[in-house]
Design a protein around this ligand. Sequence first.
Ligand code: HSE
Length: 435
Amino acid sequence: MRKIGVGLVGWGTVGCGVVQVLQDNADVIESRLGVSLELRRVADLDLERERPVKVPAEYLTRNVDDILKDPEIQIVIELIGGLKAAKAVIRSAIESGKHVVTANKALLAHDGNELFGLALKNGLSIGFEASVGGGIPIIKSLREGLASNRISTIFGILNGTANYILTRMTDAKLSFADALKEAQALGYAEADPTLDIEGIDTAHKLAIASAIAFGTPIQFDRVHTEGISGIDPLDIQYAEEFGYRLKLLAIARSKNGRLEMRVHPTLISQKHVLASVKGAYNAVHIEGNPVGDVMLYGMGAGMMPTGSAVVSDLIDVARDILNKTPGRIPALAFLPDRLQKIEIKPVSDVSTSYYFRFLVLDKPGVLSKISGILGKHQISIAAVIQKGRHTNSVPLVMITHEALESDVRKALDEIDNLDIVLAPTVLIRIENGAD
Ligand code: HSE
């Protein structure tokens, strides 16, 4: 076998990256694999749009069946994104006896358990490195490089668009809307940017990575998810004064037989290495036993980094084809019958420190009223500053020591009902484990 035939479904930003990598690096790929990867067909509904990468006209088709029915194509790359149509393509590819490579984190977060089961039943592989962290080999590191470890924590920045927006809001003091426009123009954002800015894309990725790290089926619906669209630039500035940087973090922790999976805007120390991860870069900090701490860093989005991950998966799958070892590595790292549904800890049971911004009347006794309620709920104050002095209202910014989220919620309900408090209190969690 001198060639392995590949068909690409979805000729968008990442699809162009894949074509480019296959063209530019054909020689190194052949040297590593011993055969070449031959891109035989590219399917997309829109073949007219101007693209940065050219494909010979005879490869192009609007009909996916031209790929599914081509006996020379052994691997189908699904890059159309979204759920329904993409799932149909992957199912049909598997049912036609073809291996699959996909970057579709949304689909895997929702239906990965089913699709991995289908591939296994049919003796086929699904490569999905590009689904988490763009060009960073997070899946490969967790699944293979760290296979001897018990993983305790995954902690990181997994969405380039959100990180780009927060970086620009912090460094250039841009508004949220202007920063989002820039990220979209650079090609980082999903077709629907809600997925990026509301933390959903990060949650998709965390659900996939957690399944692999902790040996559980993918449980996307159990990830506590909050986004960055409600972030006021004021809080970024105030938090900077306390020595913190705002990031959209994905956090998964296994402790005492329970798993915590959450995505939300988080303050971390400016000294933490993740604080210096800027723009569309992603980074993940993994803690394992025996390895200790591992940091992975790189471009989490964009045409070429994501193209890199897709083509690396093609090489892996091609090796399995050549060696007749499809599914050599279980999709979720653990044998399917050893995956366990670990109890997920609700966010109300999480203990962490908090940043609060109260909007209050500027008069004697206000701080003592608020601190009294916090104290009653076992919440201890670490630092407090009043921003300015006005006749009507002033922001009162506070950092707490570690407290239980359910206690915090009860305290804030009480505080927000006080007549000296003029607006709902802003709450941002702080990760002290990130020091
Ligand atoms: N929209 C995603 C991001 C692309 O911004 O990170 C990569 O998954």
